[in-house]
Design a protein around this ligand. Sequence first.
Ligand code: AMP
Length: 417
Amino acid sequence: MQQHIDSYNFTGKKAIVRVDFNVPLDADFNITDDTRIRRAVPTLKTVLDRGGALIIMSHLGRPKKVEDKFSLRHIVARVSECLGVPVQFADDCMKAADKAAALKPGEVLLLENLRFYAEEEGKPRGLAEDATEEEKKAAKAVVKAAQKEFTKTLASYADCYINDAFGTAHRAHASTALIAEYFPNDKMFGYLMEGEIKAIDNVLKNAERPLTAIIGGSKVSSKLAVLKNLIGKVDNLIIGGGMGYTFIKAQGGKVGLSLHEDELIPDALEIMKEAKERGVNLSLSVATVCGQKFDNDTPQRIFPINEIPDDWEGMDAAPASLENWKKIILNSKTILWNGPVGVFELPNFAKGTLQIAEDLAEATKKGAYTLVGGGDSVAAVTKMGYADKVSYVSTGGGAMLEAIEGKILPGIAAIQD
Ligand code: AMP
């Protein structure tokens, strides 16, 4: 049965906590952004303040073997600083039993990178490139069998399990999902996970209406599942950014050099048809800021969205589109934003994305619930200084995207089951 961190009795117990400490490090192994560590602190401190001891586990990067540059020892000092207590380190996550057993209430042990073991992800490593299907299958069976022992060993260190790693909630890994079965009555979400789940539910389950989704970014192909799920839920669907040109071309418009995917035109037509049948207001760009080269300093011109000349490329949303979208946004009670509406990395083509961030901030001020989640829109609002002016900014790119696709995330299901 799922427990709640607020009511669980941690006194004298050891909690093994999956966090996402996958922080960026510079060449000298200094942490360049410690947001992920700081976001886990409320959960970690709760366990310590309420008489428990902590065994913290995480991955860092994508190691394929033991590699010092991916060692979590580089972050021990910062974790200790954030928690205000010394942090012990187990330099092999499979050989931490003695250190874990010796932990007293208030003490903290950080385990070495879980992904130093293939068992964490349950994927075979070191397979020859020309391995046959049978060899691949056999290798997978071996690592899956070893994964059971790996998971059991991690579980043996503790009395209860907390998952606070939303960034890996879409993965069915040993530490993110499988371990939960060893704690049938002692498993729970941490505060960060709880916040993310609430944010998703606020939009996909309990939205106050009108509900609007703004979906931008580069390609329809990477967001097709998102669009298909949202079309059955939203009142307004704004499609902007590079994705939009496939829809314009599907309607017979001329998109010039703009990004588009011809093979996705049938899907775009299907989405437009479904929007019509369901009474969803699908709002595409009406005009676009174009450049002649994919370059910040390229000359700019605005064209009607379906009349882009052959040698021009749509790179940002134009004021006419942004005005339409602003009206929709300010009339909405719940708004989900995923994906920039222009090439925001180039400052001269970031105005549209900035305007959407401003509109969301205004809507939030007026009482709307606004969630920014999944991928580059998070980077955009953060870079533009709007992260604290919206209701919630998700910490999990891939996980949030899968949640918006309507998928059940293994890390969430393992606790709720
Ligand atoms: P995504 O990861 O799918 O959310 O896509 C984000 C990327 O979409 C960013 O790198 C943007 O530069 C890019 N993008 C947005 N609008 C356009 C556009 N009109 N043309 C090309 N790329 C775009």
